[in-house]
Design a protein around this ligand. Structure first.
Ligand code: XIL
Length: 371
């Protein structure tokens, strides 16, 4: 009897181990045991104009974020006019497909509502007026999706790589406490939504230190802050992996969730003086900056895999600190990196190719998390 029970237990254990990865298991099934796996979606996907990409999203991911349509310049084109159609549709796409949805983003120096910082005569608004405008923007956007959006990138890119505060119009007009005010307004509008601070080049030690300082101060002030988003617009020779890993540890030590929020891998040569992901950077097109027009060579493909596996090795080691990994886009064809920081290039930053096929590294990532 005892022996039978032992055999039975062994059988159960074996069955469970063998079935840990089932054929057809995708990233959301396997990596999803530890964190949500997401993708930024554009409006073609949510309006059904790109059904193959929509299918990739619903098969492989359990979380989405709007690539552009919730940003200030789109959703709030004039002081008294909101444009909800695309954002509503994106939220519906998430609901229809059982996906978690993240809101991106409320306060950011890029793509802001154009009218936000000036009066009609062109003069810069006063501190009180900007606080009031920021309050109404945040309140109206967040409350429209109250209970539907899991969490918001409240403040995006507030810090420079050296750890100084970015001299954004919000900073210059309101002062450093614009960050705290933004978090308070967002929390008031949806008390149950998670609230995040998000930035690029998060491996940089100066930025890491300041982000930690901001988060600890917000907590000390009694504000809700749930997570730190590391955009992770990575390339083949940046960021330094040890520094990147150190940032995950430091951010987790602030007592918040760590999220990889905009993951991609720039495979093309960088123009001189380029770093980070400030979308205002532009460089002229040159043929030598676009070397893989008809596909990566085998060296490039190997490097692509190695880099992705290095990063997912880190995510695996830190799987208990990380709550979400979101890719910035779905397929190479739709990636913003074909046009940033140089327009009109052919880039290969994502896990799904121009024919909507999963690249071989996807299976390797899944295997890494199945062991
Ligand atoms: C990018 C979009 O992908 C592009 O389509 C748009 O033209 C510019 O913005 N950091 C962010 C994202 O937080 O919102 C940016 O998205 C990429 C850099």
């Amino acid at each position: 009897m005892k022996l039978k029970a032992v055999f039975l237990l062994f059988g159960l254990w074996l069955a469970q181990t063998v079935s840990a990865v089932n054929d057809g298991d995708t990233m959301k099934d396997v990596l999803g045991k530890y964190f949500t796996v997401g993708a930024a979606v554009n409006i073609d996907i949510v309006y059904g104009r790109s059904p193959e990409e929509a299918r990739i999203v619903t098969d492989n991911f359990n979380s989405i974020v709007a690539e552009n349509c919730m940003k200030g310049e789109v959703i709030h084109p004039e002081e008294n006019t909101y444009f909800w159609d695309d954002a509503d549709r994106t939220v519906k796409f998430a609901e229809d497909n059982g996906l978690e949805i993240i809101g991106h983003c409320l306060v950011w120096h890029s793509q802001p509502p154009e009218w936000m910082f000036t009066y009609e005569n062109g003069d810069t608004v006063s501190r009180a007026v900007l606080i009031d405008r920021m309050y109404h923007h945040i309140t109206n956007v967040v409350s429209r999706y109250k209970g539907k959006i899991k969490g918001w990138d409240v403040v995006n890119e507030a810090v420079n790589d050296d750890g100084t505060m970015r001299q954004s119009p919000y900073y210059k007009i309101i002062g450093p406490d614009y960050v705290r005010l933004a978090f308070e307004f967002a929390h008031e509008a949806d008390p149950n939504a998670e609230l995040y601070i998000n930035d690029f080049s998060m491996a940089s030690p100066g930025k890491r230190a300041t982000i930690c300082k901001i988060v600890r101060q917000l907590k000390a002030d009694g504000c809700r802050i749930d997570g730190i988003g590391m955009q992770s617009h990575n390339g083949i020779d940046y960021p330094d992996l040890d520094e990147y890993e150190a940032s995950i540890d430091s951010f987790a030590a602030c007592g918040v969730k760590v999220m990889i929020t905009e993951l991609d891998m720039n495979m093309l040569p960088s123009p001189d003086d380029f770093s980070g992901a400030d979308i205002s950077q532009h460089f002229d097109y040159q043929d030598k900056l676009n070397p893989y027009k008809s596909g990566l060579d085998s060296k490039g493909r190997k490097l692509f895999e190695k880099r992705y596996l290095d990063f997912f090795g880190i995510y695996y080691r830190h799987r208990h600190q990380i709550s979400r990994v979101t890719f910035w886009g779905v397929t190479d064809k739709g990636s913003w990196l074909n046009d940033f920081p140089v327009e009109g290039r052919t880039n290969y930053p994502l896990l799904f190719d121009r024919e909507n096929k999963a690249k071989p590294v996807v299976e390797k990532i899944i295997k890494l998390f199945s062991e």
